[in-house]
Ligand binder design. Structure first.
Ligand code: FRU
Length: 429
């Protein structure tokens, strides 16, 4: 599996569609489907969309959902590779924007191609994909990720009155060279700030920036996105190994985000591929915007599963804590300048105030994952959410996050070096 798609809360249920392929190393893409009433218990639903049409035969690629009354509208990219000698970037590929209407999230009532490559603005390569649709002040808007013929990443903005006829109204880009393609855009307002999330590809990597092969982050938007709004700062959404193609949606007042815990074309591996499956999703994260940054916290439903709490002693600088579950939600505040946390026999998280960084590394079980760095002048709190093969590290109340897959052999202990105040919440599902 890869990207989450069509996230929504519809008729009392959460729906997670996702990029699904039948081969563990990736094959033709379907929309798989899970649903839940409480974000905790998930039920697998039948495959929702298959690459069985002329306009999507090489993949039902990523897209989004919009709830309108009793109907669920879904938008995706139909991927087609034409026969012949093509590079599939500048020639030979169709990326069709498709609209699906469903009464219940399981049946397709209608399906129609809205935009073909010929309908996109001039100057683009064949890569135009991942529609995210939303309603705002009486109109509908769609953002699409794009790559120009000159290999610049852009996001196209379309507007519609009826979800069927769409007009290109603007293109977002930045003047500096900032990658050749921006995948999976999402445009939303949070706490008074408009944010354009996207996954730019082709950014030069350095110690603290763009450490992964592809980046995943957000631009702050200044001004009205429909008129003169423009992109200012770009901030990375995650500093770990495995986080990509996130998507947000509204459930009542709260905006939730789900990301794919994977990274396309990474040189590290997941041993489960040999067993016939690969990858997972992050935990659901609740978003806010404070002090110029997107804040991501584990959705409250996670802490509601804490069945016991192990207090962390303040009086010893070295603790080895026995744990019986792999699902943990540990929150602590360092009382010294340095902190080291070892998760099972696998992940090591180190904060050194003098260096002003948090380092995520592996004792073993990283399958090619080395180290990732996150600048952090003052570590005030750290929250670590673990599952059987994943760790998500929320720094300073969710100002920065580091997410990674991990493959432990032994899972019976957590070790902490450095005085801390806090506790390990044991999660039961
Ligand atoms: C991101 C992505 C999307 C595309 C999908 C195909 O991981 O490349 O841009 O729609 O995956 O599976």
């Amino acid at each position: 599996m890869n990207d989450p798609n069509g996230l929504c809360f519809f008729k009392g249920e959460y729906h997670v569609f996702y990029q699904y392929s039948k081969e563990p190393q990736g094959g033709n893409k379907y929309w798989g489907h899970f649903k839940s009433r409480d974000l905790i218990h998930w039920q697998e639903a039948p495959i929702f969309l298959s690459p069985d049409k002329e306009y999507n035969k090489d993949g039902v690629y990523s897209g989004s959902a919009l709830v309108q009354g009793e109907k669920l509208h879904l938008f995706y990219t139909g991927n087609v590779k034409e026969p012949g000698d093509h590079d599939y970037i500048y020639t030979g590929r169709q990326h069709n924007t498709v609209h699906v209407v469903s009464p219940d999230g399981e049946r397709v009532a209608s399906e129609e191609v809205l935009l073909y490559n010929k309908d996109y603005p001039e100057g683009l390569s064949c890569h135009v994909r991942d529609p995210k649709v939303f309603a705002y002040e009486g109109k509908y808007y769609m953002v699409l990720g794009a790559r120009t013929k000159e290999d610049r990443g852009q996001v196209l903005l379309y507007a519609s009155e009826d979800l069927e006829h769409w007009t290109h109204i603007r293109t977002f880009e930045i003047l500096a060279n900032f990658g050749y393609m921006w995948e999976c855009p999402d445009l939303f307002e949070i706490n008074g700030q408009w944010i354009l999330m996207a996954c730019p590809q082709g950014l030069p990597s350095s110690k603290y920036e763009f450490q992964n092969v592809y980046s995943c982050g957000y631009f702050l938007m200044q001004g009205d996105f429909r008129k003169d709004g423009y992109l200012t700062e770009y901030i990375e959404a995650d500093f770990g190994f495995d986080f990509y193609a996130p998507q947000t949606f509204l459930q009542g007042e709260r905006r939730l985000l789900l990301g794919w815990m994977g990274m396309p074309d990474a040189d590290y591996k997941n041993p489960t591929a040999a067993l016939g499956w690969q990858h997972c999703m992050s935990c659901f994260r609740e978003l806010d915007f404070q002090k110029g940054r997107l804040i991501m916290k584990p959705a409250g439903e996670i802490a509601s599963r804490i069945t016991s709490r192990i207090p962390l002693g303040e009086d010893t600088g070295l603790q080895s804590i026995q744990v019986e579950e792999k699902t943990l939600d540990m929150v602590c505040r360092p009382l010294e300048e340095n902190l080291q946390v070892r998760i099972f026999d696998t992940v090591q998280i180190t904060y050194e105030k003098a260096k002003g960084e948090v380092v995520l590394g592996f004792l073993q079980g990283g399958y090619g994952r080395t180290e990732r760095y996150c600048k952090c002048r003052e570590l005030e709190t750290i929250e670590i959410v673990t599952d059987a093969s994943s760790v998500e590290i929320f720094i300073n109340g969710g100002e920065k996050v580091m997410s990674t897959r991990m493959y432990p052999e032994h899972t019976e202990k957590i070790e902490i070096k450095g005085l801390v105040k806090g506790e390990i919440g044991v999660l039961s599902f």
